[in-house]
Design a protein around this ligand. Sequence first.
Ligand code: C2E
Ligand code: MG
Ligand code: MG
Length: 696
Amino acid sequence: MAIGTVLPGEEGLLIAAASPIVPQQGSDLKLPSGPPAILVFAKLLDQDFLARLADDLGIEGPSYAAPSTATSDEFTRIQLEGPTGEAVGAIAWRPWHPGLSQLKWLIPALLGSLAVFWLFTRIVLRSIRRATTAIRRSEARFRDIAEASSDWIWETDRDLNLTYVSEHFGRATGLIPSDVLGRPLHRVLQRRDATEAQERNGGIGVAASFRDILCLLHTDGRETRTLRVAGKPVLDPKRNLIGYRGTATDITAEVEAQRQLQFFARHDPLTGLPNRMVLLSRLEETLVRGRRDHQTAAMLCLDLDRFKAVNDGFGHAAGDQVLVGCAERLRGCIRDTDLVARLGGDEFAVLQVGVTRIEDVHALCERILAVMAQPFRLDGTEAVVGASVGVAMIPADGDQAARILQKADIALYRAKAEGRNRARLFEAWMDERQRRRRDLETALRHALTAGQLEIHYQPQVSIESTALIGVEALLRWRHPDRGPIAPAEFIPVAEETGLIVPIGDWVLRAACRVAARWPQLTVSVNVSPTQFRERDLVWSVEKALAAAHLPPERLEIEITEGVLIQNTAEALRTLTQLKQVGIKIAMDDFGTGYSSLSYLQKFPFDKIKIDRSFVASLCEENSSIIRAIVNLGHSLGMHTCAEGVETKEQLWLLRREGCEQAQGYLFGAAMDADMVDLLMPAAVAGPRSPRLRAVG
Ligand code: C2E
Ligand code: MG
Ligand code: MG
């Protein structure tokens, strides 16, 4: 039996156990008799023991405490009891709180981590919020742009079937977006000018960006719009193609503007006919074909005979109406394979291709002349314009476009010269005539400085008193080799080349200087439209008068309606200024133009010169025109002068009809100044002045 006891001590506790030494039951061991031997075991639980205990058990600061000693809560204790169960003391130690010490440094770290985590979360959340707002804004922006933009936005799947179209699509096309969704892009937008291969996929390369593809879209209003389509592939994060996305820009207006621009670069805006450029290229083609296939063609150049008169008399709007009408009539005369073009102004051209017989050319000319001779209804009245035609044959008349046109032009000039309203085929001698005209121009350039020009004066008489009252200055050109050249031949050349300006200036100065010798006479000087267009005509007149010391009322200028046809307002302004200078103004060749009458109302002429064609046809039975002109002149307060009076009968009739002045071979042709000097006694000098012999 073991007994034990705990003996408290200062150094520690003594723990003792005693037990008699007896053999185990059944053992053979024989113990000596007598009291049994006692085994006493004592163990001092000193400080070393406690230290070892602390080490072994991992507890901190174990100590002995008396049984009655109370220990604070922070100590854990084990009661030590004696053999009878009485408390003999206790071992007390501070219990080990695992992690408490770690907590001391862990908590701040944890708190720090928490703070970092909280901060991080906040940042992440804020970023997410920002990103979401940005996405929302971006989406709104996209929507706004998609709706406000004139373009529309589309998306397809990888097979190019539409999966999205922006709202604008519906508004722009009148189609319902859901109707097109699911349909292939290139069926909704059909590629313009597509090849067969492009037709299949709309020209879109596999997984490739594309742009500037022109497509046509048929809207619900059966209207076809042109769109410029651009797009790019859409890839997923693994870079697999998932579809396409892009824009479609409606460029219908742009395309139309471009088409119009191209059209007007090649067509005349007024009549819609092809212009000179188109004619030239067709002519070139025809010449090439002519050389290759021996095909014949005819080049017709046309000029309206009285267009300027109509234009001026009825106004520009009426002129335009006539041109449009002429274009229509010409179109009606030709076959589809032929070409009619407007070359500018009142000039047209017709290219008749594949003509085998010259009769066909004549027939076309006849058709054209016939339709052009039909009157136009303008302002309630009828106006006949008529046309002249010149024809050059391809290849007979040349193998170059410019030469063909030139020859057709020469033939046209001939047709006009022969009295208009006719057609002429080019002939070699016409070319010669043209060359002569060019030579004339060269010669005329030297004529003035070479002193080959001179002025002759034709008498003008008063029919009532038969006195010489004035002279008309008429230009004469005596060419050293070719002799006298008629004004009808060289004046048009001078006008075309502008030479008439220095020549006319010279006539004005010379005539004024000579006229100063004849104080009783008025000198009439012809002024051409070209001179009139020169801004300093008024100044030239003033200078000529001043240089000759000629009173302005003794100078008269004669103008034809040609002056007023071009830029009437400007011409009327110049006429008014001339009138203010004090000179007289006469309307020459009255009755030959279309609208002479309207000009008479626009400007207070001093004199009307009745064209000699009316005088030539004047007879007892046919004097009504002269009478009408004379009466008109009187009613407008203008004098009348008959031109080209050759017979006494004409003079007599003119006197009877009340015409006041006459000019013509009956009184004398144009003569040089010295001859006029001889006539001066016949001039108005007073009651006893002699009369012109011819009249007496
Ligand atoms: P015009 O001004 O009508 O001149 C009258 C024309 O009729 C002159 O022809 C004259 O010689 C002609 N003539 C005169 N009396 C008779 C007659 O009884 N019978 C016939 N058959 N004819 C007659 P000319 O001199 O050949 O002049 C022709 C035209 O040339 C003139 O017509 C005028 O328009 C123009 N012209 C002449 N000199 C000048 C000039 O210095 N400057 C300008 N710009 N033109 C001029
Ligand atoms: Mg004249
Ligand atoms: Mg005349």
